[in-house]
Design a protein around this ligand. Structure first.
Ligand code: ZN
Length: 241
């Protein structure tokens, strides 16, 4: 059997969503995480602990993780995002701060490049359109690069012009071209579908499959409000933006 990798990104301190994804994915050989463990959500320490307890996990640094560490100025974020970063800074245990500080910005594993944002600007650039994707193909040498950051499950393939596709769910796609792949977001989907998103990747076969799973949104919403975090962060989870 070919190695199966659970690919997750943008957990954003949403523990019920992370638990639902891990349970739904079933048995996998490895887990690759594209970063943003914290920010927005109410369970930063719990999510980091679950990530630390997950066997064979490789995790990248996201922009919210970098901001929680003080590596990026919080002024670079909008007001509501800033509030949750400051809150996470107060909440994080020293051991979990150390864990975030240990995360790399970029890694090549199984002939696949992993970054949070984009290969040319790993922590900050958003790949939101064909043009930006096209410019980034020159910045990685592996056949596949996996990114997060936009919270949208989407793929770009190096053709002329660059092809942008929203992959069908529960379908194994054979990747034949050079591709930039995004598994979507576990903890804060932004495509008006409030289910957690993740991918199953088989690096040796270059097969990529996006899946969606419902989770207990109300539990996360209650904890957001209980922690005094912005109402906006709670309502957007239900609406998926
Ligand atoms: Zn994010």
């Amino acid at each position: 059997m070919s190695k199966r990798v659970l690919v997750i990104s943008d957990i954003h301190a949403n523990l019920p969503a992370l638990e639902a994804v891990i349970h739904h994915a079933g048995k996998v050989d490895e887990v690759w995480c594209l970063g943003d463990l914290v920010g927005y959500g109410p369970f930063p320490n719990e999510c980091i602990q679950l990530i630390k307890d997950t066997p064979n996990i490789t995790c990248m640094l996201g922009n919210h993780d970098a901001a929680a560490l003080g590596q990026i100025e919080v002024e670079a974020f909008n007001t509501d995002a800033r509030l949750s970063i400051r809150w996470a800074q107060q909440e994080l245990t020293p051991a979990n701060v150390d864990f975030l500080a240990s995360l790399p910005e970029k890694m090549i594993i199984e002939n696949t490049t992993l970054v949070h944002g984009s290969p040319r600007n790993p922590v900050w650039e958003y790949i939101l359109d064909n043009h930006i994707a096209g410019l980034n193909f020159a910045h990685f040498d592996t056949p596949v690069c996996i990114v997060g950051h936009t919270h949208l499950p989407v793929m770009y393939c190096a053709e002329h012009p660059t092809q942008r596709t929203i992959p069908p769910y529960d379908t194994e796609l054979n990747l034949t071209k050079k591709c930039l792949l995004n598994p979507g977001s576990v903890g804060q989907p932004r495509d008006r579908d409030n289910r957690a998103a993740y991918a199953i990747y088989q690096p040796a076969l270059r097969k990529w499959e996006i899946r969606r799973v419902p989770y207990n949104i109300e539990l996360t919403q209650k904890a957001i409000l209980g922690a005094g975090l912005p109402y906006r962060h709670s309502i957007r989870l239900l609406e998926g933006w």
